[in-house]
Structure formats: structure tokens, C-alpha cells
Design a protein around this ligand. Structure first.
Ligand code: C2E
Ligand code: MG
Ligand code: MG
Ligand code: MG
Length: 277
């Protein structure tokens, strides 16, 4: 009987694997076509300077709308795009489009703000990554001091040395580097030590409960003080409530981002939000 159960379980496992593979292949095919068919767009989310309440900049976030209207959130396909290498051309498109858009807004409004672009570790491993970034800046006319590259630690580990070289080169030109999702992974403290960064973005999971857990508040205070003592700026991600903002303000957090201020918005809406401020 135990044997039969085991066999049955094996079959279920097998079917699940087959479904996953099929699903993956389909998604991969769809991703291949998405770039050439212009199915990607960017949304933009405000980053707010806490002491002044001013908009410091925007983070560009990738959106994929399939022709049938189906919207697939990045969490469901960025990893596959990384596994297949497709994130490299997609990421280049994001960088180009984000810089172009930021420059257009700056010229139209005669104001200055930063644009933050998420960069996959796979892009950073390209031998000519730094040259690509400089080329995009030259092409679009965006001042390097207005570009922030956001890095997540997921894939970084294999390429610390190459990454560090690219990052130092770009920092010399004025581009700033942010470590994204800080605290979420296992090696955050190691990355903060090894990678040249100007900004630390603290993961939303550390902000979620600062308004109802004193332990979470202490952890947040300690991270902020750590980051500031090594002369980096802090951004708190995923601020949703006024009470969370109030606490972050009291603790001395530099910048915040989250639904409390605004969700990521399509280009024209983000532009109009800028006009209003
Ligand atoms: P991320 O870079 O940490 O971006 C922040 C994510 O949190 C975004 O999700 C944003 O919409 C969401 N968010 C912001 N404020 C709040 C809030 O108050 N509450 C909640 N619940 N969520 C909030 P999104 O746009 O779905 O992106 C997810 C992740 O996908 C990003 O995390 C980033 O790692 C990746 N990603 C997005 N665009 C790109 C891209 O162009 N290139 C690469 N390589 N990765 C990207
Ligand atoms: Mg980010
Ligand atoms: Mg993040
Ligand atoms: Mg992330």
C-alpha cells in the first residue's frame, strides 16, 4: 500500500513538472516576441525626500502588457528573463527609455530630478556594461548625476569583481548606485561591504510592521543608523501608511517610496503629477 502511495505521489510530481515546463516554454516564447512587438512599457513611482516632502526622483518599473490585454507582473517573469538571458536586451531598452523620458520631462519643466533604473546582475556582467550606460547617457543627453542604478543581490555573487569595476567607473562619471531590497537576502551585510554604493533601499518587509512592532522599529532604526554612519543615503520602500511615514521621519530616514504617496504610474500620469508639484 505504501508502495502504491509512493508511486501515485511520484506521478503527481511528474505532472506538475511537466506543466511547469510547458508554462515556462510558453512564457519564454512570449517574452521573445514582446521586445520586438513593443509590448513593454515603463511605469514611474515617486521617491520623496522626507524632511522637505519634495519629489527627489522616480523609479522606472517595467510593465508587460500582452496583445490580448493580459498583464503579467514582473515578479512572474523577470527571473525567467534572467535565466534565458533575455533580460540583457530588455534591460537595455529599459535604460534607454527611462533616460529618454527623464530628459524629456526635465527639458519640459526645467526641473531636475533623478531617474532610478533596475539593473539585473546579468547586465552588470557584460564586459561593456559601463560603456553601454555612458552611450545611453550621451545619446539621450541626460546628466549622469541624474541617473541611479538599482541593483538587487540575487545574482551578484558570481561577479563581484567585474561588477565593482563597472560601478566604480560609472560612479566616477557621476552615476549613483543603489542597493535594492536591502535586508531581504542572506548576504546584505556582505554586499554593503563589498559593493560601491551611494544609496541603500531597505526592503518593504522591514517597513511593514514598524507601526505595530517595537522590535521592527528597533531593527529599522539600527539599519538607518548603520547606513548613515557609513555615509550612504537611505530609502525606505513600500511605505503605505501615514503612521509608518511619521515613524520613519522621527528615525531620520532620508527618502521614502510607496503607495502612501503614489503607485507606479504610466508616463503621462507621472508627468502630470510632476507638473502639479
Ligand atoms: P523593486 O525594484 O524593489 O521595486 C519595488 C516594487 O515594489 C515594485 O513592484 C513596486 O510597484 C512595488 N511597490 C512600491 N511601493 C509599494 C507599496 O507601498 N506597497 C506594495 N505592496 N508594493 C509597492 P513591481 O513593479 O511589481 O516590480 C517588482 C520587481 O521586479 C522590482 O522590485 C524589481 O526587482 C523587478 N523589476 C521591475 N522592473 C525591472 C526592470 O526594468 N529591470 C529589472 N532587472 N528588474 C525589474
Ligand atoms: Mg528597484
Ligand atoms: Mg526593492
Ligand atoms: Mg526587487
Amino acid at each position: 500500500k505504501a508502495k502504491a502511495g509512493g508511486k501515485h505521489q511520484f506521478r503527481i510530481f511528474d505532472e506538475t513538472m511537466r506543466f511547469d515546463l510547458l508554462h515556462k516554454r510558453k512564457l519564454e516564447d512570449a517574452l521573445q516576441g514582446a521586445l520586438s512587438q513593443n509590448q513593454f512599457t515603463l511605469h514611474f513611482q515617486k521617491q520623496v525626500h522626507v524632511p522637505s516632502g519634495e519629489v527627489k526622483g522616480y523609479e522606472a518599473l517595467l510593465r508587460w502588457q500582452q496583445p490580448d490585454g493580459l498583464y503579467i507582473p514582473p515578479a512572474e517573469w523577470i527571473q525567467l528573463a534572467e535565466e534565458t538571458g533575455l533580460i540583457v536586451p530588455i534591460g537595455y531598452w529599459v535604460l534607454q527609455t527611462a533616460c529618454q523620458t527623464a530628459k524629456k520631462w526635465q527639458d519640459a519643466l526645467q526641473t531636475r530630478f533623478t531617474i532610478s533604473v533596475n539593473i539585473s546582475a546579468l547586465q552588470l556582467m557584460q564586459y561593456d556594461f559601463a560603456d553601454q550606460v555612458l552611450a545611453v547617457l550621451a545619446e539621450t543627453g541626460l546628466d549622469p548625476r541624474h541617473l541611479v542604478l538599482e541593483l538587487t543581490e540575487t545574482l551578484l555573487i558570481q561577479s563581484i569583481e567585474t561588477s565593482t569595476n563597472h560601478l566604480n567607473f560609472l560612479r566616477d562619471k557621476g552615476v549613483r548606485i543603489a542597493l535594492d531590497d536591502f535586508g531581504k537576502g542572506f548576504s546584505s551585510l556582505s554586499y554593503i561591504k563589498q559593493l560601491p554604493a551611494d544609496i541603500i533601499k531597505i526592503d518593504k518587509s522591514f517597513i511593514d510592521h514598524i507601526d505595530d512592532s517595537s522590535v521592527d522599529r528597533v531593527i529599522m532604526e539600527s539599519i538607518i543608523s548603520l547606513v548613515q554612519r557609513i555615509d550612504k543615503e537611505v530609502v525606505a520602500e513600500g511605505v503605505e501608511k501615514q503612521e509608518q511615514l511619521r515613524i520613519l521621519q522621527a528615525i531620520g530616514c532620508d527618502f521614502v517610496q510607496g503607495y502612501y504617496f503614489s503607485k507606479p504610474l504610466p508616463e503621462h500620469q507621472a508627468f502630470h503629477a510632476l507638473v502639479e508639484v
